[in-house]
Design a protein around this ligand. Structure first.
Ligand SMILES: N[C@@H](CCC(=O)N[C@@H](CS)C(=O)NCC(=O)O)C(=O)O
Length: 229
């Protein structure tokens, strides 16, 4: 087990921060959580992440590590117990690909849907839903014959894509769009259930009602600014 003081700078609602909480939890690492206000960033955050000025930042023995996917790899190298990345180079490459794909494509279409759904009309709406579906189909295929993206246990890609497990139902609450259902996405639905039934994952999810209010407010602010544009 790695030693030294560990601090995590984050916000309660950030899916990127949640990745780090999950990974540290899997490793059984003790750490201090420091809640940031990203509308009024602390000198500590600006000092430790001067480039992106974003959370999460992991500070291990005074040394900052930024960018959630990089932090996950750092944690896995420092805390050897319960490996997150598989040893096999090909499996490792697939896990990294899926994590990147999640951040660069799946995440963008989900946010797009959340914000734009009620202002865009027929064709545009359908375009957003189709593009989200294309990305989800790819994830569905990757789960063929597997309990988790990493195989039998939760790994790097599961942690990285973990936001889908709770964000999709929030999207449903806020916009009435059900992106993932058991008929269209049986494997993804099963993955969501497997992933969120792990006590370590479930117990650190952000409070649902607080998340719903936050998304409703975000969406209303977006709609108001779109109406006056
Ligand atoms: N690519 C970054 C994304 C982190 C990110 O977007 N964090 C948000 C909170 S969810 C943030 O700190 N935003 C502050 C800002 O954009 O000024 C990662 O994976 O760590």
């Amino acid at each position: 087990m790695a030693t030294g003081e560990v601090k995590l700078l984050g916000t309660w609602s950030s899916p990127f921060v949640l990745r780090i909480k999950w990974a540290l939890g899997m490793k059984g690492a003790q750490y201090e959580f420091i809640e940031e206000d990203i509308s009024n960033k602390s000198p500590m955050l600006l000092q430790y992440n001067p480039v992106y000025k974003k959370v999460p930042v992991l500070v291990h023995d005074g040394k900052p590590i930024t960018e959630s996917l990089i932090i996950l790899e750092y944690i896995d190298e420092m805390w050897k117990e319960n490996p997150i990345l598989l040893k096999d180079p090909y499996e490792k490459a697939v896990a990294r690909f899926l994590s990147n794909f999640g951040d660069s494509k799946v995440c963008i279409t989900a946010i797009y849907l959340l914000l734009h759904l009620c202002i865009s009309t027929g064709e545009k709406q359908q375009e957003a839903i189709t593009s989200a579906a294309e990305n989800l189909n790819i994830l569905e295929e990757k789960l063929e014959g597997k309990r988790f993206f990493g195989g039998e246990t939760i790994g790097y890609a599961d942690i990285s894509l973990g936001w889908i497990s709770y964000m999709v139902s929030l999207l449903d609450d806020v916009t009435n769009v059900k992106l993932i259902d058991e008929v269209t996405y049986p494997l993804l639905s099963q993955w969501i259930s497997n992933f969120t039934s792990s006590p370590l994952i479930k117990d650190s999810l952000p409070p649902r009602d607080r998340m719903v209010s936050k998304f409703r407010m975000l969406r209303e602010a977006f709609l108001a600014s779109a109406a006056t544009a």
